[in-house]
Design a protein around this ligand. Sequence first.
Ligand code: PAF
Length: 285
Amino acid sequence: MQIVRRIKDFKRALLEWRKEELRVALVPTMGALHDGHLSLVDKAKTRSDRVIGTSFVNPKQFSPDEDLKIYPRDEVSDKIKFEKAGASLLFVPSVAEMYPSGYLTKVYVKGISDILEGKYRPHYLSGVATIVSKLLILAKPDIAIFGEKDYQQLCLVRTLVRDLNLEVEILGVPTVRELDGLAMSSRNTYLSSSQRKIAPNLFEELRGICEIARKNGDIDRACISATQKLLKKGYDKVDYIVCRDSHTLSKYDPRKNSGRVLGAAWLGKTRLIDNLEISSRRVES
Ligand code: PAF
């Protein structure tokens, strides 16, 4: 696996592949790879001739009071994992390479950037839109792969690709979970052992809401009740538990569209997010 740090070397490596008319997949990450990331590489391999991994902790998607400084970084282990998983090229730029002095441009997707995660993490989604646009423009991949774990991010990327007419297929890959249901995340390493035991309740509560939705139950009430249960079970704060339209993340109408239940909650200083598809196998009334 080739490792490149400079944009000019990245472009040169890709030029060779283009000449050979190879189909290229991009797997953007912030490093600290876990099995969830590796499932993205696995999916990418089935849909392309060459897989590019990127590892860049993007400062623009962190608010000043967030965990940029302590976000886990392990370049040596990331390299080994990307290579073992079958990536052919790893792009590991510095902050100065991606945002040189005088850098001014920000990509902002109206609406979707301001709700849910955007309400609680105001820098996050425009930071993601900016870095993902840059990576897609640089790499010009045929396909780019994102985890469904960050579901709002996936919806945002699909929207910006549509709006900017970028010629890339965006593929979402289902969340990989620990045996007890906790969604894999680089931030799970922040949890103490007692918090780690409480953490899977977020998934359990979302699953419960899906079950109620499937039986045509009252989902608004189910979301309120799930919030209360999480607080009772040891979560310190719940930012939101909601059911939304799967594509737009606007209001969910069970009769008209497919839905997603999404949640964000805190265990101490660690904020966990998760989401599940509301199965279409609803009982018709
Ligand atoms: O999901 C992530 O790891 C990041 O938000 C991404 C898409 C790599 C952009 O920095």
